[in-house]
Design a protein around this ligand. Structure first.
Ligand code: SF4
Length: 414
C-alpha cells in the first residue's frame, strides 16, 4: 500500500559538515596553488594515515567521483572518457572523473568555489577494492607525469592469515622511502601513531553514528549516511572529523530521546547492499519514506570502519584495517557479515543494488541473496542501476520492484 509522500527530515549538523568539508577542500586548493604543502591522491581505502603523517594534504578521487554522480554531471562527461578509450562498462567513478578532467570541469567549483582539483605530487593506491583504482590513477600518472605508488592486496580473502598480513606490512613499509623523498621529510613514527589514534577515534565515532540506527525508529537513514560519511572518508586521521561526529551524534541522540525517527511512523526496516545511486539519493530517500520504510543500514556506509587500526604496530594496523574490509573478503565471510547485520538492525528486507559498472560492490551475482533468504528468510529485491551513470538506471523499474517487495512484506504482516 502506498502512503502520502513523506518529507525528508533535515539533519541540522549538515551545516557544520559542509563547513568542515569546505575547509578541507580550501586547504587542498591552497596547497596545490601555492606549494605550501605536498598533495597526495589516495584511493578511498588506501594508506591515508601514512600520507597524513608525512605532511601530505590528502585528496580522494573517489570522493570527487561521488560528487560528479550526486551533481548529475557524470553522464555528460563519461563520453569524453569513452572517446579516450575507457569503456563505459568500467567503473563510472573512473570514467566520470577522467571525463571531467578532459572537459576541464569539476563540481568543486560550484560547491566550494574551487577552480580545479588539486594537482598531485604523488598518486597512491591500494587494489584492496578493485583493479580500477590503479588504472584510474595510472591515467593521471601518464597525463601529469606524477609518480605512482601502490599496494597490491589479495581479493576474496576468507581468513586473514599471518602470511597475508605480513606481506601487506612489508608493502606498506616499502612505501615509506619513496614517500619520504617526495615529501622532503622523514617519517616520524610518533606522528604516525598520533594520526592512527585520531583515525581510530574517528572510526569509533562513525561506528556509533551508524549503530544509532539500531534504534526503532531509526534517527537516520542510509541516504543520510552517504552524505555524513564525508569526513570519515576524507578527514580520517584529522581531529576535525572527530569533532564533527560528536556534533552529529548529539543531534541523533536528541532525536532518539524525543522518539523522532528519520522516517515518520517507521514501519519497515531495510538494508541497502551495494553502491548508492548518487544522482538519485533524494528520490530514493523520498520513495522509501513514502512507504514508511527506513533504510537503516548498509555495507557501503560501514566500509569506513577500520577497527584494526587499534594496533601497537602502526604498519600492521594499516595492513589489517585495509584488508579485513567487506569488499576484500570471500563470499562466505560476506554471508556471515550480512547475517549479523540483518539480525542487529532487525531488517525486514534487503535491497541489492547491482551497479553495472562496479562488480566489486555488487554482491548479488554469486547467489548471496538466495543464500541469505534460505538462512534467514529475509526477502530481497535486486535493483539494476549504477553508482554514477544514470543511463543505466530506470527509476520506474526500481520503484516497481521496491513496491512489490513492500507489498510482499505487508502481506506477511497481516
Ligand atoms: S570499487 Fe567500484 S566504484 Fe569503487 S573504484 Fe572500484 S570499480 Fe569504482
Amino acid at each position: 500500500m502506498s502512503h502520502e509522500k513523506s518529507a525528508i527530515k533535515k539533519i541540522r549538523s549538515t551545516k557544520v559538515m559542509r563547513e568542515v568539508m569546505a575547509e578541507y577542500f580550501s586547504e587542498l586548493d591552497e596547497a596545490s596553488r601555492t606549494g605550501s604543502a605536498k598533495v597526495a591522491w589516495c584511493t578511498s581505502v588506501g594508506p591515508a594515515e601514512l600520507l597524513r603523517a608525512l605532511g601530505f594534504r590528502v585528496y580522494f578521487p573517489e570522493n570527487h567521483g561521488a560528487l560528479l554522480g550526486s551533481s548529475r554531471v557524470a553522464a555528460d562527461v563519461i563520453p569524453l572518457a569513452t572517446a579516450a578509450g575507457y569503456s563505459p562498462d568500467i567503473c563510472s567513478y573512473l570514467t566520470s572523473d577522467v571525463g571531467a578532467y578532459l572537459s576541464g570541469t569539476t563540481p568543486l567549483t560550484r560547491a566550494f568555489g574551487i577552480e580545479s582539483v588539486p594537482r598531485p605530487d604523488v598518486l597512491v593506491y591500494n587494489t584492496n577494492q578493485c583493479r580500477d583504482v590503479q588504472d584510474w590513477l595510472a591515467f593521471y600518472q601518464r597525463r601529469l607525469g606524477v609518480p605512482m605508488l601502490g599496494i597490491q592486496t589479495p581479493r576474496s580473502v576468507d581468513d586473514l592469515s599471518e602470511a597475508i598480513v605480513q606481506g601487506l606490512v612489508e608493502q606498506h613499509e616499502a612505501l615509506v622511502p619513496p614517500l619520504e623523498e617526495i615529501a622532503g621529510t622523514r617519517l616520524d613514527i610518533d606522528r604516525l601513531r598520533e594520526v592512527m589514534a585520531s583515525s581510530l577515534r574517528c572510526t569509533k565515532l562513525w561506528r556509533t553514528v551508524l549503530r544509532l540506527a539500531e534504534h526503532r525508529p531509526s534517527p537516520l537513514t542510509f541516504f543520510d549516511g552517504t552524505i555524513h560519511m564525508g569526513p570519515a572518508v576524507v578527514l580520517r586521521g584529522d581531529e576535525r572529523a572527530e569533532r564533527y561526529y560528536e556534533v552529529l551524534i548529539a543531534e541523533l541522540e536528541e532525536r532518539i530521546a524525543g522518539g523522532v525517527g528519520a522516517v515518520d511512523d517507521e514501519a519497515l526496516r531495510f538494508y541497502w547492499e551495494g553502491m548508492p545511486v548518487w544522482g538519485k539519493l533524494r528520490e530514493n530517500a523520498e520513495q522509501f519514506a513514502a512507504h514508511r520504510a527506513c533504510v537503516v543500514a548498509s555495507t557501503y556506509c560501514n566500509s569506513w570502519i577500520f577497527e584494526a587500526l587499534d594496533c601497537t604496530d602502526p604498519f600492521e594496523g594499516m595492513a589489517r584495517a585495509y584488508t579485513e574490509l567487506f569488499i576484500v573478503r570471500s563470499e562466505s565471510f560476506k554471508q556471515r557479515y550480512l547475517e549479523g547485520m540483518v539480525r542487529d538492525y532487525a531488517i525486514d528486507g534487503i535491497i541489492f543494488h547491482d551497479a553495472k559498472t562496479c562488480p566489486n560492490n555488487s554482491n548479488n551475482r554469486y547467489g548471496l541473496p538466495q543464500r541469505l533468504r534460505e538462512s534467514l528468510g529475509t526477502p530481497y529485491v535486486v535493483i539494476n542501476g549504477d553508482l554514477n551513470d544514470l543511463r543505466l538506471y530506470s527509476e520506474e523499474q526500481a520503484r516497481t520492484q521496491f513496491e512489490a517487495l513492500v507489498e510482499q512484506l505487508e502481506e506477511r504482516a497481516v
